[in-house]
Ligand binder design. Structure first.
Ligand SMILES: Nc1ncnc2c1ncn2[C@@H]1O[C@H](COP(=O)(O)OP(=O)(O)OP(=O)(O)O)[C@@H](O)[C@H]1O
Length: 243
């Protein structure tokens, strides 16, 4: 469905990523794991087409994704959604929850107003938030609630792939597990693919069927989730996390 080909990224004259080659099949659940600052978020942003790579290309359904081709970008946005750790930074502080979740429905689907309203309520219930929260502003929610609003917004348009960057790291452990399990069930039910960026190898294995280990901007290991890592540095990371 999506492929990164020979992709690199350079910030302030320094290469922080790549070259990376990564193919994601439709419906696949892939964890991007690695220590802090190794390039996971950069890779996630490139996968979402949110920034221009220094070199390489992003393929979508067999063609190079061309940002200037509006209909293709619209399809891409409909099918590939992202949710980030910084939920407060990802929403307009002056918009109420209902409007936040409804916005992509307005731009990317042909649902009318009442259908959009119904979808917003269904999504709130799906992420286990009371529907009364629909009329609240972002600052009137807890961090975990706002994170779930962002998740509801991304899932409302029924994407084929969801890219989650550290979405559970600000939550308590119980909520992390609950949200992770809900996300897994949702992926299975909707046959939705998932790219799950995390430091947490155990959560990665719980949710995903493939582990991609990143260090210093390159892919060290790419294994099935139930397998152990094979690269020595990835094995060291695995041992450190599990200890
Ligand atoms: N906009 C930017 N300008 C300059 N350097 C950046 C920028 N964004 C990221 N970097 C650098 O690129 C490298 C990779 O960062 P990235 O955020 O991708 O890592 P990460 O693995 O997601 O880390 P974490 O787990 O801590 O979120 C880091 O060295 C970081 O300092």
């Amino acid at each position: 469905m999506i492929a990164l080909e020979e992709m690199t990224q350079v910030y302030a004259g320094q290469r922080v990523l790549g070259p990376v080659n990564l193919v994601l099949e439709a419906g696949e659940r892939v964890a991007l794991v690695g220590a802090s600052g190794e390039g996971k978020s950069t890779l996630a942003r490139l996968l979402l087409g949110l920034e221009r790579p220094a070199s390489g290309r992003l393929m979508f359904d067999g063609s190079v994704l061309d940002r200037r081709a509006r209909p293709v970008m619209r399809t891409f946005r409909r099918q590939v959604q992202g949710v980030f750790q910084d939920a407060p930074g990802a929403v307009n502080p002056r918009h109420r929850v209902e409007r936040i979740i409804s916005e992509p429905l307005e731009h990317l689907t042909s649902l009318d107003r009442s259908a959009r309203q119904a979808r917003v309520m269904a999504m709130l219930a799906a992420v286990q938030l009371p529907t009364e929260l629909a009329s609240r502003l972002p600052h009137q929610l807890s961090g975990g609630q706002l994170q779930r609003v962002c998740l509801a917004r991304a899932l409302a348009i029924e994407p084929a792939l969801l890219v989650c960057d550290e979405v559970t790291s600000g939550l308590d452990t119980i909520l992390q597990v609950a949200l992770g399990d809900w996300l897994l069930a949702h992926c299975r039910q909707q046959r939705m693919g998932l790219v799950f960026v995390t430091h947490d190898l155990r959560l990665a294995r719980r949710l995903c069927d493939r582990l991609v280990v990143i260090e210093r901007g390159v892919i060290l290991d790419d294994v099935r989730a139930h397998q152990s890592c094979t690269h020595p540095a990835a094995m060291a990371l695995e041992a450190a996390v599990l200890t």
